[in-house]
Design a protein around this ligand. Structure first.
Ligand SMILES: *Cc1c(COP(=O)(O)O)cnc(C)c1O
Length: 363
């Protein structure tokens, strides 16, 4: 029998979430962001599942784009950070990738290149996050130079929000105002909204939006709203109990003896550890579902295993299904955001952190 740990990917849920992103913004096209192996879900499988719905895909590098083209995806693919080396420009033109330009060196390289075909360019404005993009004062000249170039076949304005998911909206309001006034000045087609802005900031929806995490069914919002509640989890990470320890009170469990039993306990050993991408920082009490029933992790996560207190689930035994996040047996569900909160992280790191040794199943 194979090691029981798998990541089961529900492509119908992915399509449902994509349609929800479109419903949130009925006047926008949604660029499906599938960078980082579709947030751990398998980029090619997700692209194929969304191909008939999404007009374009977003990735972080030409290597990620090539993997889609080589797999037969013909839709436009946006390089969200543009190129890292001007030598990529030939392939960008040749394979018809859409390219972000966020810095002066990229602008000069693009204008100076000899290209076999013109490129669709998404110009990035730094509206206040101070990561990538041109300053608002510099943008008009950048825009004019690109618009005048025979290397450019289409131009779009984008920016990225630092805080669209938060209740405190001061920085978001400032970024939105900066981005909107720049867009107005240039009469530009815009793409501003990530998942949180797609879900709860309709005022910045544009001709395009760029949802990522919401497609995978994890809400990025600080609080929920009616739309985010309709998201369906796409990945279910599940395994099985491979051993059970019957312990007296006062016995340590696992590395460092971090957890010590306070009562006679049944401790289950689960085949899943940090060598699979499960967060080693998970504290005692981090929820898992044992046959659909909530139990708590106890003791440190090991490389290939973790331990869970199943004292209160007497029916659980070797072979019982354990759900680390996603959908469990008997209609049970464990929200990845809850696991992330225990681990003091976000759903994005848990999903992208699932390592290649965990087989992805597409039922
Ligand atoms: C990753 C990314 C997104 C998607 O962000 P989510 O929070 O996952 O929706 C959108 N735009 C850019 C530029 C990105 O890099």
């Amino acid at each position: 029998m194979a090691r029981p740990l798998t990541a089961s990917i529900d492509l119908e849920a992915l399509r449902h979430n994509y349609r929800l992103a479109c419903e949130c913004a009925p006047h926008s096209q949604a660029l499906a962001v599938i960078k980082a192996n579709a947030y751990g879900h398998g980029a090619l499988a997700c692209a194929r599942a969304l191909e008939s719905l999404a007009p374009a895909f977003g990735v972080a590098s030409i290597e990620e784009a090539d993997a889609l083209r080589d797999g037969g995806i013909e839709s436009p693919v946006v390089l969200l950070e543009g190129f890292f080396d001007p030598a990529e420009l030939q392939d960008i033109a040749h394979r018809d990738y859409w390219c972000v330009v966020h810095a002066q060196w990229q602008l000069e390289a693009l204008l100076a290149a000899e290209l076999s075909a013109p490129i669709t360019v998404w110009v990035k404005l730094d509206s206040g996050m101070h990561r990538l993009g041109f300053q608002p004062a510099d943008l008009p000249v950048v825009w004019q130079r690109l618009a005048a170039s025979s290397h450019v076949s289409g131009l779009r304005l984008m920016t990225h929000f630092a805080t669209a998911e938060l209740m405190d909206t001061a920085l978001f309001q400032q970024q939105a105002a900066t981005a909107q006034s720049t867009a107005h000045q240039l009469n530009a087609d815009i793409c501003f909204a990530n998942s949180p802005a797609t879900l709860c900031r309709p005022e910045v929806h544009g001709g395009w939006n760029r949802p990522g995490i919401m497609l995978y069914g994890a809400s990025p919002l600080e609080g929920e709203n009616d739309l985010s509640r309709r998201l369906k989890p796409v990945m279910t990470l599940s395994s099985r109990i491979i051993a059970v320890q019957q312990l007296e009170a006062g016995e340590p469990v696992g590395y460092g003896g971090r957890f010590v039993t306070t009562r006679p306990s049944r401790i289950a050993v689960i085949a899943c550890g940090y060598g699979d991408g499960y967060d080693r920082h998970a504290p005692d009490g981090t929820p898992v579902l044992v046959d659909g029933i909530r139990c708590g992790l106890v003791g440190r996560v090991s490389m290939d295993m973790m331990t869970v207190d199943i004292t209160d689930v007497p029916s659980a035994d070797i072979g019982t299904t354990v759900t680390l996040w996603g959908r469990g047996p008997n209609e049970a569900c464990l929200d990845i955001n809850e696991v992330a909160r225990y681990c003091d992280t976000i759903s994005y790191t848990l999903l992208t952190g699932v390592l290649p040794r965990v087989p992805r199943h597409y039922p």
